[in-house]
Design a binder for this molecule. Structure first.
Ligand SMILES: [Zn+2]
Length: 289
């Protein structure tokens, strides 16, 4: 049985000016797979994307969420993974036709395309970055992204198998807190990690296996869980924004308002009575007769 699942473990190489994180997703990843019938190769890419956003969102200080979107011209034309600052993750992939090759790479699945990264600071500040898909892997694509976007040098190692996904991140801290040589050294050490180790070893064993000669400061592990941000209230706000007339005309046409969440498959239904109550509640008291 794999330990340290659904946890994110931060650590710091003292004196080297480099921080690190491990993440391993078990039931949080399963919760997402259970809702869709993903071909294994797509599930694997989804797992890696989910591990990536967990790792990266933990490096961002602001409240909000990080969204990674893959768009391509291949059979898997869309993949979305999102992590919020409280350790919530969700994601989905869309594809056409049959995906039979179990070990298909990201490039084989998504074809030619790109990755869009969005930082959504609770609806206000949005930062978007874009990078072309690297033919090798998501980790290589993210490496390019960090090289080009003038952010802190960052490297990521990813693994996903069946219903497990895991990742390791190293990030150089700003302002030359450590010598370049120690960054290179730590990257070289991390390059020796195997997918199996990343998926199965307890975090303490991983640290030992990779960095036993380094001085590592460990922080408390933080939980990661599947969490969808959809809600009936959000859909109510959309309906109120559309206005009574528009909503009534949809009701007229299809009988009820249906809004389904693509991430968690949550179903929201509003019939005539719901709509009447919604608009009655939303109306200011002076507007009531
Ligand atoms: Zn949802």
């Amino acid at each position: 049985m794999t330990t340290d699942t659904d946890l994110l473990q931060r650590f710091l190489f003292e004196g080297a000016g480099v921080r690190g994180e491990f993440v391993r997703l078990g039931s949080s990843f399963r919760a997402l797979l259970d809702k869709h019938d993903y071909p294994p190769a797509i599930a694997r890419q989804l797992g890696k994307a989910l591990a990536s956003v967990s790792l990266l969102s933990a490096t961002i200080k602001l409240e909000g969420s990080l969204i990674l979107q893959v768009q391509g011209d291949g059979p898997m034309h869309t993949l979305v993974a999102q992590a919020d600052s409280q350790g919530g993750v969700r994601g989905l992939a869309r594809w056409q036709g049959e995906v039979t090759h179990h070990n298909a790479t990201l490039a084989e699945l998504a074809g030619r395309g790109h990755i869009v990264m969005t930082v959504d600071a609770d609806g206000s500040e949005r930062y978007q970055g874009i990078v072309e898909l690297h033919e090798e892997s998501l980790a290589e694509t993210l490496r390019e992204y960090f090289l080009r976007s003038e952010q802190l040098p960052t490297r990521i190692w990813l693994a996903s198998q069946d219903d497990l996904a895991a990742g390791l991140l190293l990030q150089k801290l700003p302002e030359g807190l450590g010598p370049e040589a120690s960054w290179e050294h730590l990257v070289t050490l991390s390059d020796t990690i195997t997918g199996g180790e990343l998926l199965e070893l307890p975090f303490s064993d991983l640290l030992n296996r990779l960095y036993h000669q380094e001085t590592v400061r460990l922080f408390d592990a933080e939980p990661v869980a599947f969490r969808c941000s959809c809600s009936r209230e959000k859909i109510e706000r959309v309906l109120l924004g559309l206005g009574r007339q528009e909503v009534d005309s949809i009701l007229e046409e299809v009988g009820e308002i249906r809004a389904d969440c693509e991430f968690c498959l949550g179903k929201y239904r509003f019939d005539r009575v719901d709509v009447a109550a919604l608009f009655a509640d939303a109306m200011p008291p002076s507007g009531r007769q």
